[in-house]
Write a new protein. Structure first.
Length: 253
């Protein structure tokens, strides 16, 4: 498959769908509850940390210039102090220990894992935090990914970011906690959900020329629709739930 141009299509539609996961990731920037009876106090601290994360200086990184433009506009509308600079997660323009925290919601998982983890550990100061989200390998969404790769003849993606053992190894020597969360996606029908992705999602758009060339575009769409239809949680409409990891790394000296 061609390298994915994340700027093509309308990724914003998916970003809106993923906003609840971004909220969970931001909340994970604060200390996590150790005991049930401390939950209220911790929730308060989480809210304060989330507010600080929203107020402080932010630096956004990613290869898609158009999406960085969208982020700039949104940050300006919120009056946020933020800069967005194109580039890969494997090369961050910061000195060692310069950042208080780094957060990535299904973003850095597209970068080469070892180099990206090394870079995140390098730029976040001891006592700071790295939070990232990564899909698990179970559920209809993962099955759709495997099915499309199979049709296109792409070897299965190694689990890396989706494997808790690998994640712990990537951040060995630091305090790693991994929580599994779930997120639901709704649409008026399974066909509407598949059409939204086929027409607008950069990953699907990157695969379309390949599917077309091998004459399997219709088959791909039918098989994806069948997987989602079998797993539909909302008869009369459409709902699918995906699970993902929230990986929190307390950076140690
Ligand atoms: C699934 S989207 C997630 C975007 C956003 N964080 C969200 O929650 O909606 C994947 C993002 O990763 C970015 N990306 C792709 N390859 C990358 C890399 N090697 N390093 C850093 N970011 C990358 C893409 O530009 C895109 O913005």
């Amino acid at each position: 498959m061609n390298r994915i141009d994340w700027g093509q299509g309308r990724y914003e539609l998916t970003a809106d769908r993923l906003a609840p996961a971004a909220d969970v990731a931001v909340a994970a920037l604060a200390p996590q509850p150790g005991r049930a009876d401390r939950r209220r106090r911790v929730r308060h601290r989480q809210r304060r940390a989330a507010d600080r994360a929203r107020r402080g200086h932010r630096h956004g990184r990613g290869p898609a210039e158009r999406l960085l433009g969208v982020a700039r506009e949104r940050a300006a509308a919120e009056g946020a102090d933020a800069a967005f600079v194109p580039g890969e997660g494997t090369a961050l323009p910061f000195a060692d220990g310069e950042l208080d925290a780094a957060i990535s919601v299904f973003g850095v998982i597209f970068a080469e894992a070892r180099a990206a983890a090394l870079e995140l550990r390098r730029v976040v100061r001891p006592g700071g935090r790295i939070v990232l989200t990564a899909w698990t390998t179970t559920g209809p969404l993962a099955e759709v990914g495997r099915t499309l790769q199979g049709i296109m003849g792409i070897p299965p993606t190694p689990a890396t970011w989706s494997d808790p053992d690998v994640l712990r190894e990537l951040f060995a020597g630091h305090r790693v906690s991994i929580a599994e969360e779930r997120i639901a996606f709704d649409a008026p029908s399974v066909e509407a959900y598949v059409a939204e992705h086929a027409e607008h999602h950069p990953m699907w758009l990157a695969g379309t020329p390949v599917l077309r060339e091998i004459g399997r575009e219709d088959e791909a769409r039918e098989r994806v629709t069948a997987i989602f239809a079998d797993a539909n949680e909302a008869p009369g409409a459409f709902r699918t739930t995906s699970s993902y990891y929230v990986v929190t790394v307390g950076v140690l000296p």
